[in-house]
Design a protein around this ligand. Structure first.
Ligand SMILES: C[S@@+](CC[C@H](N)C(=O)[O-])C[C@H]1O[C@@H](n2cnc3c(N)ncnc32)[C@H](O)[C@@H]1O
Length: 270
């Protein structure tokens, strides 16, 4: 594995320890039966009962297990050993059947065989990946003919902007992919804010064109691409949470830029 990914893996091991006890993940609530999945993926992916589902970058498996609670036959993959161990413990404790594998997704064919009805991935995955062309090939490798790939993820457009005082945001980062990642020193994460340990992350930006072409070039047929003017958490400090749980820009700015996208693509029948 590349040095950058090794550094990211170490960071995710540390974050797993912190996320386990975070309010954001509300593990106690999940154990008591609270749902983890959000309206976008629930409405768009629909009924998963009886379907085999491979969850890429599953973190410690809460969403994977949430799909299993809906009847999917699930397999989760993540390169953080701490996350996978916790996912396995949760699966046992809650008696929700699931398989979890520790692997860098680029090396997954070395540890996991088989093909799935659905390959799923969500919320905060792409900027950790250095190479979307091979990501697309991994997805196709694991799909049955006729199977679907589904992603709901941060929209690359809003990632260009940085929050400024008085509710403003300004384009400061590149929209386009660069081979050399950005090195970011952070404290904590989206789930712990600045309360956590200091870590270093290496991230890559991927444009919408790059995301789509990586899937098309791997042989998938895009069925839809949806864009949403709201986020799963506050991406800028002045965003406001609605009764539906989604975070939006204040009314005078709402609807100006997308914060999330979802995409479904299908592997053709042979
Ligand atoms: C933001 S988290 C995903 C969060 C998940 N959607 C959730 O809500 O729990 C990103 C995950 O990707 C994993 N990850 C990052 N790069 C990876 C790689 N190359 N191979 C496998 N897992 C990776 C990290 O360990 C982390 O668990």
């Amino acid at each position: 594995m590349h040095n950058y990914l090794q550094a990211n893996q170490k960071r995710w091991d540390q974050l797993t320890i912190e996320h386990k006890n975070s309010e954001f993940y509300d593990l106690a609530g999940f154990k008591a039966g609270k749902d983890r999945l959000r309206s976008i993926e629930l409405d768009e992916l629909g009924d998963v009962a009886g379907k085999t589902l491979l969850h890429l970058q599953c973190h410690f498996g809460m969403d994977t297990l949430a799909w299993a609670r809906r009847g999917a036959i699930v397999t989760g993959v993540d390169f953080s050993q701490k996350a996978i161990t916790l996912a396995q413990e949760l699966s046992q404790e809650l008696a929700i059947p699931a398989h979890f594998y520790q692997s860098d997704i680029y090396e997954l064919p070395n540890v996991l065989a088989g093909q799935f009805d659905i390959v799923f991935t969500s919320y905060g995955v792409l900027h950790g990946l250095p190479d979307l062309a091979n990501w697309g090939k991994i997805i196709v490798h694991y799909l049955k003919p006729g199977g679907i790939f589904y992603i709901v993820e941060d929209h690359p457009f809003f990632r260009v902007f940085r929050a400024k005082p008085e509710g403003k945001f300004k384009a400061e980062r590149s929209y386009f992919y660069k081979e050399e990642p950005q090195r970011i020193e952070t404290r904590g994460s989206y789930a712990t804010e600045d309360k956590g340990t200091a870590t270093v992350a290496y991230v890559w930006d991927h444009s919408m064109g790059e995301i789509i072409n990586s899937l098309v070039n791997a042989g998938l047929q895009i069925e839809f691409l949806h864009e949403f003017p709201y986020a799963a958490r506050a991406k800028f400090p002045f965003m406001q949470q609605g009764k539906d749980g989604w975070w939006r820009l204040p009314p005078e700015q709402h609807g100006t830029i997308p914060f999330l996208f979802s995409l479904q693509a299908r592997k053709q029948n042979e």
